[in-house]
Design a protein around this ligand. Structure first.
Ligand code: SF4
Ligand code: SF4
Length: 225
């Protein structure tokens, strides 16, 4: 049976809660996999060898334990998934400036992929239960086409990426998907184009959900056929 570990670094545990929000479908998933590690759900102290490690949270560069855990995950898991925006883009931890008790020196946080090689990234704050479910099923069914959507290593981290990558390249079609997907309502559609407000928490979801951000790649694929 496929062995899965859930590892939490610098995060709020909301990604795990989103996974449990699958309700009955979680039981369906657990019938197909063996959960071998989860700090929240199990009393297993060491990360064991496993097939898939689902890692939520950013990495604190000033915390040696955080760095060691990230390294152990890479050594012991065949596939590493960065789950949630903190792991994928840094998310809210990008605002951290440290200087808080009891560890004022803990001031540098970085996405998981900056520290170890990550195979798949699922942004979201938190990612929806459906997207987590679909990725796990795609892994179990070796659905490479679906998984390819999650392989992009670029850490699109801010609503500004939408402007530089889509709007400024004249690719925006004004669909409003970015505004609908933003968890903090930081995007306002004005004259059919997204405008980013200061409530952006740099989760990267708008870029991930925008149907046009991968347009040049799709165009290459179509032209190549
Ligand atoms: S999702 Fe993409 S294409 Fe749609 S409005 Fe936003 S930036 Fe434009
Ligand atoms: S604009 Fe919204 S969806 Fe986009 S990165 Fe900022 S918070 Fe996330």
């Amino acid at each position: 049976m496929v062995k899965i570990a859930h590892v939490q670094l610098c995060s709020c545990c909301g990604c795990l809660v989103s996974l449990t929000d699958l309700y009955e479908r979680l039981l369906e998933v657990l019938d197909k996999v063996e959960l071998v590690y989860s700090q929240t759900l199990m009393d297993v102290r060491e990360i064991p060898e496993c097939d898939i490690a689902i890692v939520e949270g950013a990495v604190c560069l000033d915390d040696h334990h955080s760095l060691e855990v990230a390294k152990e995950v890479r050594e012991r898991a065949k596939i590493v998934i960065a789950l949630g925006s903190c792991a994928v883009t840094g998310g809210i931890t990008r605002f951290c400036k440290g200087n808080q008790k009891p560890k004022p020196v803990h001031n540098a946080f970085t996405p998981l992929s900056e520290v170890i090689n990550v195979d798949l990234s699922i942004p979201g704050c938190p990612p929806s239960p459906d997207i987590i479910y679909n990725v796990i099923l795609a892994l179990l069914n070796n659905d490479v086409d679906y998984l390819s959507l999650f392989v992009d290593k670029k850490t699109k981290a801010c609503g500004c990426d939408l402007i530089t990558e889509v709007v400024n390249k004249d690719l925006c079609m004004g669909c409003g998907t970015c505004a609908a997907s933003c968890p903090t309502r930081a995007i306002e559609m004005i004259d059919g184009r997204p405008v980013i407000k200061e409530t952006c928490i740099k989760c990267g979801v708008c870029s991930f959900q925008c149907p046009r951000i991968r347009y040049p790649k799709f165009l290459e694929n179509i032209e190549g056929e």
